[in-house]
Design a binder for this molecule. Structure first.
Ligand SMILES: [Zn+2]
Length: 240
């Protein structure tokens, strides 16, 4: 049996998930979010972009609002009502102080104990796929902004310092350490991805319901082998 993952900490109340694009959280992570919100925890989402460059058949000016709507709908399915957008440019997000500042300001505003983001390694899936520059930029900026948020001398005009982040959990990592049992949140997680209907229909000829179910349930089943047979969403957990 593969090395077992530890259960994610549960002694927290507020989380902030920060990713590059609408849909980044819906490929699995949302099932964990559903599990958390069902247990009475608060989760807010922050998107660096509106995903306006994500639909080949739709120009950015049209795609942005569509994707924003789909993200809000997908978030609502898993109990998330606060969804914010930073309006960095989809596809060409630049890592740097401007991005760090925007994320640090959000961390100071929301005061989360847990911050969630997406794999920012060079590659995905054991090296099979090259990651996107946006995921690399945003994930790294999130890691750095968590420290920035706690330092009153960094970005001093971006709100009151918040040093209360205790963990950063990275979804989609090739080296996960922890997992969430998503037995109860899995169905909501599937429906959260289905909410990205326009995006999925442009991406694949598959029926969105079938596509989302196979993907999200597939991830959860795959991780079960490392979590005592329970359907799970894995994270790489960094302590603060
Ligand atoms: Zn993405």
């Amino acid at each position: 049996m593969a090395d077992q993952l530890e259960p994610m900490p549960t002694d927290w109340q507020r989380a902030l998930a920060v990713v590059a694009h609408p849909d980044d959280l819906e490929y699995g992570c949302a099932a964990a979010v559903a599990t958390w919100t069902a247990a009475g925890r608060e989760v807010a989402y922050l998107m660096a972009t509106r995903g306006e460059a994500g639909i080949d058949t739709l120009a950015p000016a049209e795609a942005g609002p569509v994707r924003e709507r789909e993200e809000r709908a997908g978030a609502a399915v898993v109990g998330v009502t606060t969804v914010e957008f930073l309006d960095h440019a989809d596809g060409v997000i630049e890592y740097g102080p401007a991005l760090r500042r925007d994320i640090a300001a959000a961390i100071r505003r929301h005061r989360p104990e847990l911050v969630v983001t997406l794999n920012f390694d060079d590659t995905w899936a054991g090296g099979a796929y090259w990651n996107t520059p946006d995921h690399r930029a945003v994930g790294r900026a999130v890691m750095d902004a968590v420290a920035d948020a706690g330092n009153r001398w960094i970005f001093p005009d971006a709100g009151e310092p918040w040093g209360g982040v205790r963990w950063v959990a990275v979804a989609g990592s090739d080296s996960p350490t922890h997992a969430v049992d998503v037995t109860d949140g899995l169905e909501a997680g599937v429906r959260s991805l289905v909410a990205h209907r326009a995006y999925i229909e442009a991406l694949t000829g598959d029926d969105p319901e079938k596509y989302a179910r196979e993907l999200v349930e597939g991830f959860a089943r795959e991780s079960a082998t490392r979590f005592a047979g329970r359907p799970a969403i894995p994270f790489r957990l960094f302590n603060r």
